[in-house]
Design a protein around this ligand. Sequence first.
Ligand code: HEM
Length: 219
Amino acid sequence: MNMLLTFWRSTIGKKVVMGVTGLIGLGFVIGHMAGNLQAFSGAEKLDAYGALLHGPLHELLLIARVVLIAAVILHITAAYQLTMISRAARPVDYAGRKPQVSTLASKTLKWGGVLLLVFIVFHILHFTIGTVHPDFVDGKVYRNLATGFEVKWVAAFYLVAMIALGMHLYHGAWSSMRTLGLARQSAHPLKRYLPVALAIVISLGFAVIPLAFLLGVLR
Ligand code: HEM
């Protein structure tokens, strides 16, 4: 227990916690995206998948929820404490210092992270609990998507949140690779192939669902 506390109190410990909890989040979003894409196979398929999660796999879902909530809390706490540590290390900024790419990246990470948190709360109230959904029917996952995305500003909010998710994954993946020494500072941000590919595939993989309902490809 003592060793765990000492580890958590160190800067590197917090960075490792951020990386591990980030990976847990990444695993979840990849699984969730793959599940959502079943919407293209029709309402029956998607609803059957939902029924499987809430029925026979219910216990697994409960465990995943607990792990995910713990991961999100640890991820945010470590991020906040690391920001405070780096602020305390340099309370006054260098005079005449122009904002650098890394400063911009960490700002995007922070504010994108806050937007994602707001999105996740809204999203659970929208599609899981149904309180902010105009016509929620328990167990009718496909129907809930179709009627939920009929509200245009909500669909637009999802698309903006998916851009934030892509940017968060990009910067998060890149900074983890830098921390682990897996990548050297490359000249061009788009040459960071793994983070770029991850961000594009995952944000597009999610965004195609509201887009398909908006464009009438799914109805
Ligand atoms: C366009 C993008 C998305 C769509 C269409 C979507 C769709 C859904 C639907 C339909 C559910 C309810 C499933 C059910 O109860 O059977 C759900 C649950 C959930 N989604 Fe999403 N989702 C999207 C993006 C995301 C993202 C980006 C995250 C996280 C970063 C996320 C996190 C969650 C969580 C935590 C739940 C609750 C799972 C549970 O505990 O039951 N979703 N999503």
